[in-house]
Design a protein around this ligand. Structure first.
Ligand SMILES: Cc1cc2nc3c(=O)[nH]c(=O)nc-3n(C[C@H](O)[C@H](O)[C@H](O)COP(=O)(O)O)c2cc1C
Ligand code: SF4
Ligand code: SF4
Length: 280
C-alpha cells in the first residue's frame, strides 16, 4: 500500500508530474494516490522534499538521501574502469568472502526491471561448485560426442562453431581428468541470476543488465569474473543439472558469472573494433 500523509504534504506536485503511471492526483492542494496503477517504482518517494509518501511495500530505512560525495563518479574514471575490465580465466585458490558476494548481489538488486517487476532472484553456488563442475563437464562431453557423430540438431550454432565447440568440450573433459578446469577456471563462486517467467515471460534482458552491474561491482572489490556461456549448453540439455540447482520450471537463466580472486594481472586495456553507429 502507498499513501500520502496529507499533514506533511506541501503540495509541490513533484510526485504528480513524475509518476509514470499517473497514479497521483492533486486534491485540495494535497497529493493523493489513485492506487490502482502503482508499480512501486518509488520515484515519488525519491522526489518528495518532505517525506510525505508512505509505503508498506519496502523497508523505508533503506532510502538514502542524495549526497554528491557518496553518489557521484568521475566520468573518465568510470569509462576507464569499464574499459579495463577483462574476462578472468585464471583464479587463485582463495575463498571469496560472503560480505563481498552480498555486495555484488546488492548491485543486482538495484538494477532496473521492465515495469519494475523485480522478478530476478539468485542462486549462489559455492560449496556445491565442484559437484556442479563435474556434472556440467560430463554433460558437455556427452554433447560433444553426440555432435561428433553428426547429431547437430537442436543447437543454436552454425556447423563451424559447433565443430569448434565440440572439440573444446572434448578437450575440457580430458583436461578435467588431469585436474584442470576449463569451464569455471577454478573460480570460487558461481552466480546464477534467475528470472521468474510468470512475472516476465522474457526476462533475459533484465538478467543481463543485473549481471553486468554485478560484474562491475565485483571488480571494485578486487575480484575477477567471467560469463560462462558453455554452462548454458550443458544446463539447457540437462534436467539433472536444473534439479541439482533447484531451479524451477518457470525460472529462466542466462550465462552465469564465475567469480574469484584473479591470478593474472592485466597491465593495459585490450583493443576493440572502431564502433559502428548510425546517427539519424
Ligand atoms: C527491459 C526494460 C524495459 C523497460 N521499458 C520501459 C518502457 O518502455 N517505458 C518506460 O517508461 N520505462 C521502461 N523501463 C523502465 C522501468 O519501468 C524502470 O526501470 C522501473 O520502473 C524501475 O525504475 P528505475 O529504473 O527508476 O529504478 C524499462 C526497463 C527495463 C529494464
Ligand atoms: S511508486 Fe511509482 S507508480 Fe507508484 S505512485 Fe509512486 S511514482 Fe507512481
Ligand atoms: S512530492 Fe511530496 S510534498 Fe510534493 S505533492 Fe507529492 S507528496 Fe506532496
Amino acid at each position: 500500500m502507498i499513501r500520502v500523509n496529507k499533514e506533511i504534504c506541501i503540495g509541490c506536485e513533484n510526485c504528480v508530474y513524475h509518476c509514470l503511471q499517473d497514479n497521483i492526483e492533486m486534491n485540495e492542494g494535497k497529493a493523493q494516490m489513485v492506487n490502482e496503477k502503482c508499480i512501486y517504482c518509488g520515484h515519488c518517494i525519491a522526489l518528495c522534499p518532505v517525506d510525505a509518501i508512505e509505503i508498506d511495500h519496502y523497508d523505508i530505512d533503506e532510502v538514502d538521501k542524495y549526497n554528491p560525495e557518496k553518489f557521484e563518479i568521475n566520468e573518465e574514471n568510470f569509462l576507464n574502469f569499464m574499459k579495463f575490465r577483462r574476462s578472468i580465466r585464471s583464479y587463485k585458490n582463495r575463498e571469496v568472502e560472503k560480505e563481498k558476494i552480498e555486495k555484488i548481489i546488492e548491485a543486482g538488486r538495484y538494477s532496473p526491471t521492465g515495469g519494475n517487476r523485480q522478478h530476478i532472484s539468485y542462486t549462489i553456488v559455492k560449496d556445491k561448485l565442484p559437484e556442479l563442475r563435474e556434472m556440467a563437464i560430463n554433460k558437455l562431453y556427452e554433447i560433444s560426442q553426440d555432435i561428433k557423430k553428426g547429431n547437430d540438431k537442436g543447437y543454436n550454432y552454425n556447423k563451424s562453431t559447433l565443430d569448434r565447440y565440440y572439440k573444446a568440450w572434448e578437450k575440457m573433459y580430458e583436461e578435467f581428468q588431469e585436474g584442470e578446469d576449463r569451464l569455471f577456471f577454478k573460480g570460487d563462486t558461481l552466480i546464477i541470476a534467475k528470472g521468474d517467467t510468470r512475472l516476465k515471460p522474457t526476462p533475459q534482458m533484465e538478467l543481463g543488465i543485473a549481471l553486468s552491474r554485478m560484474e562491475l561491482m565485483a571488480y571494485t572489490l578486487g575480484l575477477g569474473t567471467c560469463y560462462i556461456g558453455y554452462f548454458m549448453t550443458a544446463f539447457s540439455k540437462s534436467k539433472e543439472i536444473r534439479d541439482f540447482l533447484g531451479i524451477k520450471d518457470y525460472e529462466e537463466v542466462v550465462s552465469p558469472l564465475i567469480i574469484g580472486y584473479p591470478d593474472v594481472k592485466y597491465i593495459k586495456t585490450a583493443p576493440r573494433n572502431k564502433v559502428k553507429v548510425d546517427w539519424l
